[in-house]
Design a protein around this ligand. Structure first.
Ligand code: ATP
Ligand code: MG
Ligand code: MG
Ligand code: MG
Length: 566
């Protein structure tokens, strides 16, 4: 086996800290800073010190190996990007304040890439001309930039962070499904090898034009997502994505408008009550189908919905701008609300056709604040469902089987998405098909939070003494502690050299003038899987081996200890 390097604590550019950093709220933030893995450079911007960089590189290596194994090709695209492609897809504006926008000296607009769908689409447009060039999966491992509103929790939510992003390009829907399945398997292998406990959770309602999306969520207190797990069936979903389908079978059977009290200030509770959904629910979207096709959902700004289609269908119904004043003048309409789950300033207007039959308003889509007025529910359109009920309570019914759901906090470590043709339409990516005619390419995009995975690992693999790294990601295999004076240091360095010669990655605490007690505390904080102590019995050639995870310890002669570890 190749010689591995010996890292000497006496030379390591990282100090351990006794106290938690003052601004640290979550465990991984406290431990990674205290153990000398990362340092804060600015809000949400982090520097990786030697041990941290080793763990990050290990995560990166595992991700790279598993991506290569599904035939994905690694590339590296710029992070500094021109505005135009993002204009073409609308994301220059839609991305909102999370996008880092900047100008060059000539006043040209640029951005720092938050995710790269546009740029990869253009790359494939430039390189691929025929169906024979596809399918292809491209990926990169690169810094991403998002001006997060609340960069908290250390590297869990950075404003600069490392992501593996990949993109699949196929000519047919079946091909996309296959590329998606390959990613799903690769991600399972990645997270298993990393030693992360995770669940695959549904991430969208599936009602948005057939696109499919799943998140890989790592259960942890520090997580900012909540997922629901059914103890009875295989249902698992981010609560953001849970959908209850309420299908009024017969619009005529709905209660008359005058039988339903119109609250002065409609709240989510009154809406929930009028719709008969769990009181803990947050209603978000009204889904409207015309001739079996979804034409509107109650998400302002959602580009899946074509308001022109709605207008054409309902003509001569009026489609016009709705203002605050309109709402003030129409007490019969149920007003929208701002959801509690990070919907930000996206005010949702929700019209319940039972409140005012004959005057249902349909929330606008690709035209801001545009709603179809004077359209009759049940006559002009089918009220297919109220979707997106955010479950906020333990025990709400599972949408599949009705069993009470369990809720847990989790960290989103990966996300896979069947995008379809949203980007290839906007950027007109075609290849020549088998029949010689152009085919619009269909696309998937897939992300792994590489730097976030390090924090997720720290959350899941720690105890009251510090970090406890799984072997494949640990910054070293063995942490050798010289617990004493010259004799112990000499033995520690000798053992380290022999282990390294056998290919074992060693971190040796050879610091002079540091007490054995401090070295033991630091070794437990740093979290390398095996601790080897050259202490009291060094003169007899006996060392102690300690398993960081179980705490089990054993004294044995040096040769045996080395044999055990190699
Ligand atoms: P979140 O919901 O946490 O904001 P996201 O859904 O916006 O994440 P995606 O666009 O799906 O993130 O990006 C792919 C992956 O990149 C995520 O699954 C996550 O692991 C990681 N990621 C996203 N934002 C950050 C961030 N600010 N810091 C670190 N990792 C991140
Ligand atoms: Mg985000
Ligand atoms: Mg998310
Ligand atoms: Mg996501």
């Amino acid at each position: 086996m190749a010689n591995a390097p010996v890292q000497r604590m006496s030379q390591l550019m990282a100090k351990t800290l006794r106290d938690d950093p003052a601004d640290a709220e979550v465990l991984s933030h406290k431990l990674l800073v205290r153990a000398g893995y990362v340092r804060r450079t600015a809000a949400g911007i982090w520097s990786w010190l030697p041990l941290g960089k080793k763990v990050l590189t290990n995560v990166e290596r595992i991700v790279r190996e598993e991506m290569d194994a599904i035939g994905a090709q690694e590339v590296m695209l710029p992070a500094l990007l021109p505005k135009e492609p993002y204009d073409a897809t609308g994301r220059w504006d839609e991305y909102g304040p999370e996008l880092f926008r900047l100008q060059d000296r000539k006043g040209g607009d640029y951005l720092l890439g938050p995710t790269h769908e546009e740029i990869f689409t253009l790359l494939v447009k430039d390189q691929a001309s025929s169906y024979k060039d596809l399918p292809v999966i491209l990926y990169q491992i690169q810094s991403k930039y998002r001006d997060e509103a609340r960069p908290r929790a250390g590297i869990l939510r950075g404003r600069e962070f490392l992501m593996k992003d990949s993109y699949s390009f196929d000519t047919a829907d079946e091909g996309l499904a296959e590329s998606y399945a390959l990613h799903r398997q690769a991600y399972q292998r990645i997270f298993e090898r990393l030693g992360l406990d995770y669940r695959i959770c549904a991430a969208t309602a599936g009602a948005m034009g057939g696109s499919k999306s799943e998140e890989f969520l790592a259960p942890a207190e520090a997580g900012e997502d909540t997922f629901a797990d059914c103890p009875n069936c295989d249902f698992a979903a981010n609560t953001e994505a849970i959908t209850y389908q309420l299908k009024p079978a017969d619009p005529a059977g709905l209660p008359a408008a005058e039988d339903i009290p119109t609250p002065d200030t409609p709240t989510i509770e009154t809406l929930a009550a009028s719709l008969g959904v769990p009181a803990s629910a947050t209603l978000k979207n009204l889904l409207v189908k015309v001739d079996g096709e979804i034409v509107a959902v109650g998400v302002p700004g959602d580009r899946e919905v074509d308001i022109d289609k709605v207008e054409a269908h309902f003509a001569p119904a009026v489609v016009e701008m709705v203002t605050e004043a309109d709402f003030a003048a129409r007490p019969d309409l149920v007003r929208g609300y701002v959801g509690p789950q990070g919907l930000g300033d996206k005010v949702k207007y929700l019209a319940d056709p039972r409140v005012a039959p004959g005057t249902a308003w349909i929330t606008g889509a690709n035209k801001a604040h545009t709603h179809a007025k004077n359209v009759v529910a049940g006559r002009d359109f089918e009220v297919d469902a109220y979707v997106d009920v955010v479950v906020v309570q333990e025990g709400d019914p599972c949408p599949n089987c009705g069993t009470g759901l369990r809720l847990d906090r989790a960290i989103e470590i990966g996300h896979i998405f069947q995008l379809g043709r949203k980007y290839t339409d906007a950027l007109k990516l075609d290849v020549l098909g088998q029949n010689g005619k152009p085919v619009r390419v269909t696309m998937g995009s897939y992300g792994v939070g590489v730097s976030r995975a390090v924090a997720a690992l720290a959350e899941q693999h720690a105890d009251d003494k510090g970090l406890v790294w799984p072997a494949e990601v640990a910054p070293a295999d063995v942490h050798v502690v010289a617990a004493g004076k010259a004799l112990q240091t000499e033995l520690a360095l000798d053992v380290s050299g022999r282990l390294a010669a056998a290919g074992v990655r060693v971190l040796v605490d050879d610091r002079a003038g540091v007490s054995p007690g401090v070295k033991f505390t630091d070794a437990e904080l740093v979290g390398v899987p095996t601790i080897l102590v050259a202490g009291r019995r060094s003169g007899e050639g006996v060392v102690e081996l300690k398993d960081r995870r179980t705490g089990e310890r054993e004294e044995l002669p040096v040769d045996e200890a080395i044999a055990r570890l190699t």
